[in-house]
Design a binder for this molecule. Structure first.
Ligand code: UGA
Length: 430
């Protein structure tokens, strides 16, 4: 099918590329001329495992094109996907101005029937507004359908998630676009659920909020484990074997971050309040999440007493493994707090150091993770990169002035760390 994706960020670029990989003819549009130039010349604006190879292969095969012209994209496609940012405003609500702007641009470019699909994460009832806007600004007065088709991609695993979706949600207000939408997703052989538009929009916010709730729940349990000598991983394993609960997203941590959970929680709370419902449960999820970082910083301060003048090593800057994304990263916030306390920092991240430099000047960035501990008073694990599990612990012990490790991601075995002679403090493990 002929598809256009407007917005070439994480979601838009992955979506367009994976549609092309499935055999569709795809045009990716972005107003940022530099980004389009970069993509056309074979460069990548983001790090996402497996994406670069697919972009190259599909561009070479002539199935994937890039342009900065919305007009061109709308003219040459049957279905237009909106994948522009929906950033948070100061009050926790969502800035929908990009969605509104793109809706107007699409309306202005439409000369025949089009299906306009919203893929950006939006509060419930946005689809209604998109439809109203297109109707108002479409001079050609042609027919169209608006569809909500939320994405469930995890950064770092986005290509994998797109190619093998657990479900595809299609929210419609008439049956007319359903067959075409099914055809778009046919190659992925995923279960498709067709709903009304408001339900589809709610599914996205409800799913992300529930996952965030799961993390806050286990983080609350981790506090109880610390107070009683329990082990949160064992509790999570015991809970997770119940298939009604499941083990995934029960890893205690110094809190969730990223561009999705924190923003989507605030947006869901905000739209709920606007609709007349106080979603207090989700406010508690936010409170527990903020508390995790506070508790971790306190753990460091209590152990080291004074951090001013001390040098600390930090492993991990990205908000999670497999990405260079540092937006709302607990690791970055942790570094900022430690710098404010007067610590000197040596840090390493497999992908995020370049982005971190812009927000954390004054930190010494170390290319080799095994060199981070050199001359440090303690080492801190802040992101769950699997490679950190292969850290040369004997070497770290020798490099550290004092063998102290604070592990905000529970990567190492408690007994093993004690055997190696570390003072090892993790999350919710005795
Ligand atoms: C999340 C959802 O998982 C995706 O399904 C969704 O499509 C995406 O948001 C989005 O709305 O676009 P993402 O933000 O990429 O994906 O990251 P996750 O893998 O969900 O992790 C979020 C945060 O939770 C990270 O900081 C991670 O370290 C933390 N986390 C995750 C935990 O602290 N414990 C866990 O057990 C799992």
């Amino acid at each position: 099918m002929k598809l256009t994706i407007i917005g070439t960020g994480y979601v838009g670029l992955v979506t367009g590329t994976c549609f092309a990989q499935a055999g569709h003819q795809v045009i990716c549009v972005d107003k940022d001329a530099d980004k389009i130039k970069l993509l056309k010349s074979g460069g990548m604006p983001i790090y996402e495992p497996g994406l670069e190879e697919l972009v190259k292969a599909n561009t070479a095969a002539g199935r994937l094109e890039f342009t900065h012209s919305t007009q061109e994209g709308v003219e040459r496609s049957d279905i237009v996907f909106i994948a522009v940012p929906t950033p948070a405003l100061a009050d926790g609500s969502v800035d929908l101005s990009y969605i509104e702007g793109v809706s107007r641009d699409i309306a202005g470019a439409m000369t025949g029937y089009r299906i306009v699909v919203d893929k950006s994460t939006v509060p419930v009832r946005t689809g209604e507004k998109v439809a109203e806007t297109i109707k108002r600004y479409c001079k050609a007065k042609v027919e169209f359908d608006v569809v909500s088709n939320p994405e469930f991609l995890r950064e770092g695993f986005a290509v994998e998630d797109f190619m093998r979706p657990e479900r595809v949600v299609i929210g419609v207000s008439s049956q007319r676009p359903v067959a075409a939408m099914r055809e778009v997703y046919l190659p992925y052989q995923a279960p498709i659920i067709v709903t009304d538009i408001n339900s589809a929009e709610l599914i996205k916010h409800a799913a992300n909020s529930f996952l965030a709730l799961k993390i806050s729940y286990i983080n609350a349990i981790s506090v109880l484990c610390e107070l009683t000598g329990g082990n949160v991983q064992e509790v999570a394993n015991g809970m997770g074997m119940d298939s009604r609960i499941g083990r995934k997203f029960l890893d205690a941590s110094l809190g969730f971050g990223g561009s999705c959970f924190p923003k989507d929680l605030s947006a869901f709370i905000h739209i709920s309040a606007k609709l007349g419902y106080d979603f207090g449960l989700l406010k508690e999820v936010q409170r527990i999440n903020a508390g995790q970082l506070d508790r971790f910083v306190k753990k460091i301060m209590d152990t080291l007493w004074v951090v001013k003048g001390k040098t600390l090593g930090v492993l991990g800057l990205a908000f999670k493994q497999n990405t260079d994304d540092i937006r709302m990263s607990p690791a970055i916030e942790l570094c900022q707090r430690l710098l404010k306390e007067g610590a000197a920092l040596r840090a390493h991240d497999p992908q995020a150091m370049e982005k971190a430099r812009a927000v954390l000047p004054g930190v010494t960035y170390v290319d080799d993770m095994n060199e981070v501990a050199v001359g440090c008073d303690a080492l801190i694990v802040a992101t769950e990169w699997p490679v950190f599990k292969t850290l040369d612990l004997q070497r770290a012990r020798q490099n550290l002035s004092h063998p102290i490790i604070f592990d905000g991601r529970n990567l190492f075995d408690v007994a093993e760390m004690e055997r190696l002679g570390f003072l090892y403090k993790s999350i919710g493990r005795g």
